[in-house]
Design a protein. Structure first.
Length: 293
């Protein structure tokens, strides 16, 4: 299913902490996003900082103002789209079967504390022997009108790119809420504030490709087989990177005990096993898992 959203629909789901992080600001400066826009409120917020930190806070205030100015541009300047698919799913060892398509996964190799399990995302889906389960796959993207990329102005270009990244994540948050409450419907009675949504207090997890639980970027080729991302304008490079850059993809799992984890460093045994399950050479797999070797 494809969802096309307006900026006004998804803007409330922007996680401003990550936006400001991309600009080198600590989370405390992102609090400007929760301050009323009147001069008195902004001045009061500014006064909460030590004198030495006020120039930085003032800079964050100006950055937030300019970002919001861009959010008020016409919708045709930013095309925000999401595609998702709910699949019949089962776990087969460390693989997921999604509508018959096999998605090999990696198992965690290090423990935070002694006695912790070594997790794999397939652990949160019913095994083949215990009936059919459901899992979701998704991709979201933001296309920017050519005249709005500001390629000749480095500051504005970076502002547009970092804002587009956050809009793609916000569109995903908006989509996932719809999936949980309606399309999949496993959390019909969910009633969470935006703050709770951004704190991921909803049931399940949404691991994204390239992140610690799902680090192999080439997984995008398998997700593309399931989603046909071209329907929302996403193309993949030969390395599995998505274009436009402001795009995100991943899985949706509903198990109440599901949680994120870091696969971490893997040994030669798992590298060889994973490459065999992916049907790829060891050398090709090393390229995609360089950060985990």
């Amino acid at each position: 299913m494809i969802l096309t959203c307006s900026i006004r629909e998804v803007a409330p789901y922007i996680n401003w902490i990550y936006f400001f992080h991309a600009w080198g600001f600590q989370p405390r400066f992102a609090a400007i996003a929760g301050i009323h826009g009147c001069d008195a409120c902004r001045a009061s917020w500014l006064a909460t900082f030590d004198p030495a930190d006020r120039p930085k806070a003032s800079e964050a205030m100006q950055l937030f103002k300019e970002a919001n100015r861009m959010l008020n541009l016409p919708d045709e300047d930013f095309s925000v789209k999401t595609i998702f698919r709910l699949c019949r799913a089962n776990a087969d060892g460390d693989d997921l079967l999604l509508d018959g398509v096999r998605l090999p996964l990696l198992r965690q190799q290090t423990q935070k504390q002694e006695g912790d399990p070594f997790l794999c995302l397939s652990d949160f889906v019913r095994p083949l022997s215990s009936g059919v389960d459901t899992a979701g796959v998704f991709a979201s993207t933001v296309h920017i009108a050519p005249e709005r990329t500001h390629e000749q102005d480095p500051y504005k270009h970076l502002l547009v790119q970092t804002l587009a990244d956050r809009l793609a994540e916000a569109a995903t948050e908006n989509m996932h809420r719809y999936v949980r409450k309606e399309a999949w419907g496993y959390a019909k009675d969910e009633d969470l504030s935006v703050k709770d949504l951004l704190a991921e207090k909803w049931q399940g997890i949404r691991p994204a490709v390239g992140y610690p639980s799902l680090p192999d970027q080439s997984v995008n080729f398998i997700l593309n087989d399931l989603l046909d991302m071209q329907q929302i304008g996403i193309t993949l490079t030969e390395n599995g990177a998505m274009h436009p850059h402001a795009s995100v993809s991943g899985l949706m799992l509903a198990h109440p005990a599901a949680r994120y984890f870091n696969v971490g460093k893997i040994g030669e045994d798992q590298l060889h096993d994973y490459a065999a399950r992916r049907g790829m050479s060891i050398e090709a797999m090393k390229k995609f898992l360089a950060g985990n070797l």
